[in-house]
Design a protein around this ligand. Structure first.
Ligand code: SAM
Length: 285
């Protein structure tokens, strides 16, 4: 089956189509797809990845914002009967309302998310799917290389930490690592896409993990947001302002956790945030 590329790509919609067959195969291999799997694909475009996925799995739900792409997709993949194409913005898409969940034959808990993501929605998509009551079993995503490296920072070795090297977390990294285990599978050259984007990409795999026990999620994220409110400023100031606590209370709390008040939010590991949130939770035993 030939995939046609007659449509003029729209930059605003992040339409950088995958043209490297080896990369398409690698994404599919990484997802370790089985014949019983249900896959939700975001932004199928003209269907290069969709076609490979659909050959293996039971069902593909493909959510695409651009109606021109949906038409092309229907035409390109008309021989495959296990694809449901939904013309919608994924950020507005309610997975609970899709046919997937109305049909009780399909267990919504057992779906995988696969996407060559349009770069402009990377963070909201990852957050949306991790925060769902029924998150995917795993997410295999193509995202910008730099974003991938920020989400999965290599923890500095002991010697590097002594020299003051920090993990350089950001708020997305904290959210992802709170809900999931995440790793970079491999890097992709920008030459593998048409039109060619300005930067290279990476394939990442996100696997949701068991929820932390005894963590007040709202409080946790309130603290994280306060900590990162001015990322270049000192953590103690951000927390005192954001949480409406005195500087002394915050300094004491940080020092009890072996964190210097002068550190920046980017230097904290996920466990540091969890400890802070548990110590600030008055109702916890
Ligand atoms: N999967 C195709 C491929 O790998 O060749 C296309 C990937 S392209 C990077 C991103 C696709 O996402 C485009 O088809 C674009 O129209 C679509 N898209 C952009 N914003 C979207 C949104 N908010 N919801 C759903 N699809 C979107």
């Amino acid at each position: 089956m030939r995939i046609k590329h007659k449509i003029k790509p729209i930059k605003r919609l992040g339409q950088n189509l995958l043209i490297d067959k080896q990369i398409i195969k690698k994404v599919v291999r990484t997802a370790n797809l089985q014949s019983k799997d249900i896959v939700l694909e975001i932004g199928p475009g003209t269907g290069a990845l969709t076609q490979e996925i659909a050959k293996t799995v039971k069902k593909v739900i493909a959510v695409e914002k651009d109606p021109r792409m949906c038409e092309a997709l229907k035409e390109n993949l008309k021989e495959l009967k296990n694809i449901e194409i939904i013309n919608q913005d994924i950020l507005k898409f309610k997975i609970q309302n899709s046919k997937l969940i109305q049909n009780s034959k399909f267990k919504i808990q057992n779906y995988k998310l696969v996407a060559n993501l349009p770069f402009y929605i990377t963070a909201p998509v990852i957050r949306k799917f991790l925060e769902l009551k029924n998150p995917p079993k795993e997410m295999i995503l193509i995202i910008q290389k730099e974003v991938a490296q920020r989400i999965c920072p290599r923890p500095p070795k002991l010697e590097e930490r002594r020299r003051g090297k920090s993990p350089k977390m950001n708020i997305l990294a904290v959210s992802v690592q709170f809900y999931a285990n995440v790793k970079i599978i491999s890097y992709i050259s920008k030459k593998s896409f048409y039109p060619q984007p300005k930067v290279d990409s990476a394939i990442i795999k996100i696997v949701p993990k068991k929820k932390y026990k005894n963590v007040d999620i709202d409080l946790f994220f309130k603290i994280v947001k306060a900590g990162f409110s001015h990322p270049r400023k000192q953590l103690a100031n951000n927390l005192a302002n954001g949480l409406k606590l005195s500087k002394k209370e915050i300094n004491d709390l940080l020092l009890k956790n072996n964190i210097q008040p002068t550190q920046r939010a980017e230097t904290l590991f996920i466990n540091n945030w969890i400890k802070l949130s548990n110590m600030l939770n008055p109702v916890r035993d």
